[in-house]
Ligand binder design. Structure first.
Ligand code: ASP
Length: 315
């Protein structure tokens, strides 16, 4: 048994492993690990403390997949539900659907009794105000009201999308990824994010899209991604990793092939993507176009998680 996560998953990887050690499933483990990160208000990329979109709304995306049954659940652009990953799992288990978004996902959360709470922390709100104050001309979100306010802020988002450079952004972006292999040989994936800070209202990235942000199939492997969803959505990177494994490629060959597909888009946004993967035999890897990326893993025989460097790909 083993759990693999993005570096910010360090906050939850022990919980995930505790679930496996107690005989829990890979699905339970990835959910438990992700929930711990969603609670971490210091992580401005996920759950509580996540940075808002340009309107100042924290909107969460999450997905989960069971490699045994290939069932999956996801939510996009959800407000006020701290544990978006659990809502994604409920969509999978308590609805006939795979993906619910925005008002409908929030309605479903209320109907199944999930608590609502304000996820915009003071620190996250302060960064949003600072972002608006630093634009030319500056915007004071309290000084404009109603529809004018909306139009002004959305205009700002349109400006910031021109020549969008995630590396040049003034705020952190990211996502948490968890992959797990349980004692019964089952794989699972989970992904949760607050998306790109100051994003255009309604923008969805790769995280809630099965096969883009995450994918798990007991027969071949599991994978999950972080970075610019706009390119991952175009090559369905995590499903690609799994399909490449199915062709008989080694894990390294499959990762290289899937990341090369991103590189072949000839889009500089591919330079921000990082992918982790786990095979049914417990082999794991991380590949990234970003430099200096790391991921974390903890297997059943280890007392503490280890950090591993991702293999760096070049565009
Ligand atoms: N993949 C996320 C998104 O596109 C953001 C990130 O991981 O940085 O929303």
């Amino acid at each position: 048994m083993i759990v693999v996560s993005t570096a910010n998953g360090t906050a939850g990887i022990r919980e995930a492993m505790a679930v496996l050690r107690d005989g829990g499933s890979a699905l339970d483990a990835v959910e438990a690990g992700t929930r711990r990160v969603e609670l971490n208000a210091r992580d401005h990329t996920v759950g509580l403390g996540g940075l808002p979109n340009i309107l100042g709304e924290v909107r969460l995306d999450a997905s989960i997949m069971d490699g045994h049954t290939l069932r999956a659940g996801a939510v996009g652009s959800v407000r006020g539900i701290l544990h978006a990953v659990t809502l994604a799992r409920r969509v999978m288990e308590q609805s006939p659907h795979v993906l619910l978004v925005a008002d409908g996902a929030e309605r479903f959360a209320r109907e199944i009794g999930m608590a609502e709470q304000d996820l915009l922390t003071e620190q996250a709100a302060a960064r949003w105000r600072e972002r608006l104050a630093n634009r030319q001309p500056p915007v004071d979100p309290d000084g404009i009201a109603g529809r004018d306010r909306l139009l002004e802020l959305v205009g700002d988002a349109r400006d910031s999308m021109r020549g969008w450079d995630p590396a040049g952004t003034d705020a952190p972006h990211g996502t948490v990824n968890f992959l797990a292999l349980d004692g019964g040989g089952n794989l699972a994936s989970a992904v949760s994010t607050s998306g790109y800070p100051w994003g255009y209202p309604g923008r969805l990235g790769d995280s809630p899209i099965i096969g883009a942000g995450g994918y798990a199939d007991n027969r071949w492997g599991a994978a999950a991604s972080t970075g610019t969803g706009e390119v991952v959505l175009r090559t369905l990177t995590t499903r690609s990793v799994v399909l490449y494994l199915r062709t008989g490629m080694t894990l390294d060959q499959a990762m290289r092939a899937a990341l090369s597909d991103l590189g072949a888009l000839n889009d500089p946004l591919a330079g921000h993507v990082a992918v982790i993967a786990l095979t049914p035999s417990g082999r794991h890897a991380g590949y990234a176009y970003r430099s200096g990326e790391h991921y974390v893993y903890l297997d059943g025989a280890m007392a503490e998680p280890e950090i591993a460097a991702m293999v760096q790909m070049r565009l």
